[in-house]
Design a protein around this ligand. Structure first.
Ligand code: GDP
Length: 295
């Protein structure tokens, strides 16, 4: 479902999270490992204030492990622990619980010293639509709790889900809006499937993505589509279109007269990218986020 975020939605989403913050000890900020900054809410620090928190880089099964390691270091530099996870298969669920305990360790120790029996650590998952919040909640709960798909502003009764013996999770995640005013961010969100193609045209998304891939993942393009020649200059639009056409021809995306159907080729590129068919690919790296020119 495509969500249009209007200022009213944002205010409501923000208030809902701030209400939930009063109930919880730890915030788990879920980002897409392929595009950690683009999948981050622009007001996150302001919204979460000083709540203990850490980052999960989800869908790391689809992301380039070397780039993901750089992101972990990047967030460490910001004073935030980041853990690559894969909510779909449920790897690292124990590690998530361990991180929560670690964040609360000092408080728990103080309570124990005072003779207070610490209650379960209460956690909230927050993130933009489609980042995997519901999948993660279901994984941590060990059963199907959260309906996948988001409806910002729709409230329902909140419940605590037990995760092991020491942790409780709020069953409704905090839904945040992405930084969609920035066109580059919009392209990256669209490339990963976080926002739908009705908003941005598939040819534009595929073109943008392909330009990035020719620079950073030429080997993957060669292997998947048998393309040898990458553009000498990624700013050369015609050369990038040639790569798109070569992929279209390879996949038989042709219109009458034998010309390449660029829309079909674009949809193929995006589908194969999102399904991980080109290998593990990140569309944003701490090395290049500051270097790239606007579109
Ligand atoms: P939400 O909107 O944040 O609740 O996101 P969902 O939990 O509905 O997940 C959105 C899509 O991402 C679904 O199709 C999930 O199956 C998929 N997904 C979630 N986590 C992962 C993951 O770690 N790896 C992969 N490959 N897909 C995931």
């Amino acid at each position: 479902m495509t969500i249009q975020w209007f200022p009213g939605h944002m205010t409501r989403a923000r208030r809902q999270i701030q209400d939930k913050l009063k109930l919880i000890d730890v915030v788990i900020e879920l980002l897409d490992a392929r595009i950690p900054l683009s999948s981050r809410n622009p007001m996150i620090d302001e919204i979460l204030q000083n709540k203990p928190r850490f980052v999960l880089l989800n869908k790391s099964d689809l992301a380039d492990p070397d780039v993901t390691a750089k992101w972990v270091a990047y967030f460490a530099g910001e004073g935030l622990q980041a853990l690559p996870v894969d909510a779909a298969t449920g790897n690292q669920m124990k590690e998530i619980m361990a991180r929560c305990r670690q964040l609360m360790a000092a408080k728990i120790e103080t309570q124990l010293r005072k003779g207070i029996n610490p209650r379960a650590i209460r956690a909230l998952i927050v993130g933009i639509p489609n980042v995997g919040k519901s999948t993660l909640i279901n994984r941590l709960a060990g059963r199907k709790i959260a309906a996948t798909g988001d409806k910002p502003g729709v409230t329902k009764g909140q419940q605590w889900i037990k995760v092991g013996t020491e942790m409780e999770l709020l069953d409704t995640p905090g839904i945040l809006w992405p930084k969609f005013e920035d066109q580059q961010v919009g392209m990256r969100l669209a490339a990963t499937g976080a926002i739908k193609e009705e908003i941005l045209h598939p040819e534009d998304i595929a073109f943008y993505t392909l330009r990035y891939l020719t620079v950073h993942y030429g080997g993957a393009l060669k292997e998947r589509f048998g393309i040898d020649k990458m553009p000498d200059d990624p700013e050369d639009n015609d050369a990038v279109i040639e790569v798109m056409e070569a992929i279209g021809r390879k996949r038989g995306a042709l219109v009458s007269g034998g010309r390449v159907d660029l829309e079909k080729a674009s949809l193929t590129i995006l589908r194969e990218l999102r399904a991980g068919k080109m290998g593990r690919i990140s569309l944003e790296s701490p090395d290049d986020v500051n270097e790239e020119k606007p579109l």
